[in-house]
Design a protein around this ligand. Structure first.
Ligand code: PYC
Length: 343
């Protein structure tokens, strides 16, 4: 249930409209790709279009990822015409909080979607994202490999005092999003503990924010990642639990989180260039990873598989008080007489 408020300055569509979406999941984590019906985002770079989406069309995000139509667990993706003729597509990812720089599971879901639509063939592709171009390989068997943006550990062994928990020590890393990676903890990473793990990681996330522990330019470290060794080494090398910014946990191992992990392993000399790392998620799904070094930077590669599981025409009825999602005070926020139109 979405209990956050709609932004007070949110703009709304003036008339009823429709959006065509394809749903998929990557290791349990859903991706909802908008393939038709998007308003014009004004052209320009992916960053320019992301800014236009954020300022003028945020209603699409809440309408697609909130109850009663959607789910806050989903990551949304807007399929865009690429800027460069060398690229297959452009994309803007978003979640229940706002636009997302990069998304590993979402990239895998997007390529499964393009294959399902018959728009691409197995082979090499390039995807334009808000944080840079991402080379992608669609394999004959449907698996997708992506070479993520350069990833790096920013700080090692950072201590944070967390109310009700005590001192927590973790690494801060960039893998397309900002992560706090914790291996030393007393949590049991079992799916049945997901609510307790969410609460534990939320306390850590709040403490990092309150104590102003950030990325190098003040970026919020808004993904929390717990690790444990796996019992069965034939399946994976490590198991994780990843809390995303909007209070939802990733059902997949989280492609950008795995990238942050690989960058930390490389920095510690625990994973050689091109060696395989298998990261298992809290739901049991596995992504394979490795990295290469170019210009002294670490570029992780992530491989996974997504399955298309829905094809939907989303109907936006501006008279429906919950068409933009159930929110705190949504009956008032969604009142047609108090909305300001975006077009
Ligand atoms: O797979 O990178 C990812 C991701 C980020 C947030 C949810 N999934």
């Amino acid at each position: 249930m979405l209990t956050r408020e709609l932004p007070t300055d949110m703009k709304f569509p003036a008339a009823n409209c429709q959006l065509q979406v394809i749903d998929s999941h990557t290791g349990g984590e859903p991706t909802r790709v908008i393939i038709d019906g998007m308003p014009d985002l004004g052209g320009g770079t992916i960053q320019d279009q992301l800014e236009c989406f954020r300022l003028n069309h945020d209603w699409i995000r809440t309408a697609l990822l909130s109850e009663p139509r959607g789910s806050e667990v989903m990551v949304g993706a807007i399929l865009l015409e690429p800027q460069s003729s060398a690229a297959t597509a452009g994309v803007i990812f978003f979640n229940n909080v706002g636009p997302l720089g990069m998304c590993g599971h979402g990239t895998i879901g997007l390529f499964a979607t393009l294959l399902y639509l018959g728009r691409i063939k197995p082979g090499e592709h390039l995807l334009e994202t808000a944080v840079g171009d991402v080379p992608v390989v669609l394999h004959e068997d449907g698996r997708v490999s992506l070479e993520n943006v350069a990833s790096a550990r920013y700080r090692k062994d950072v201590s944070v005092e967390v109310p009700e928990i005590g001192t927590v020590v973790g690494d801060i890393a960039w893998g397309g999003n900002w992560f706090f990676l914790i291996s030393d903890h007393n949590q049991s990473l079992e799916l049945k503990n997901a609510t307790a793990l969410t609460s534990h990681c939320t306390k850590i996330s709040d403490a990092l924010h309150q104590q102003n522990i950030t990325g190098p330019n003040g970026e919020r470290v808004d993904h929390i990642e717990l690790f444990v060794p796996v019992e069965d080494a034939t399946v994976a090398d490590s198991k994780n639990f990843v809390l995303c910014p909007g209070g939802q946990y990733d059902r997949s191992p989280c492609g950008t989180g795995v990238s942050g992990k690989v960058a930390c392993l490389a920095a510690d000399g625990k994973l050689a260039e091109s060696a395989l790392w298998r990261q298992q998620s809290i739901t049991g799904s596995v992504m394979k990873a490795s990295y290469v070094v170019r210009d002294d930077q670490i570029f992780p590669s992530i491989t996974g598989r997504a399955f298309v599981n829905g094809e939907t025409k989303i109907l936006i009825d501006v008279d429906d008080p919950l068409t933009f999602g159930i929110t705190a005070g949504s009956a008032i926020a969604n009142d047609t007489e108090t909305r300001s139109a975006s077009e």
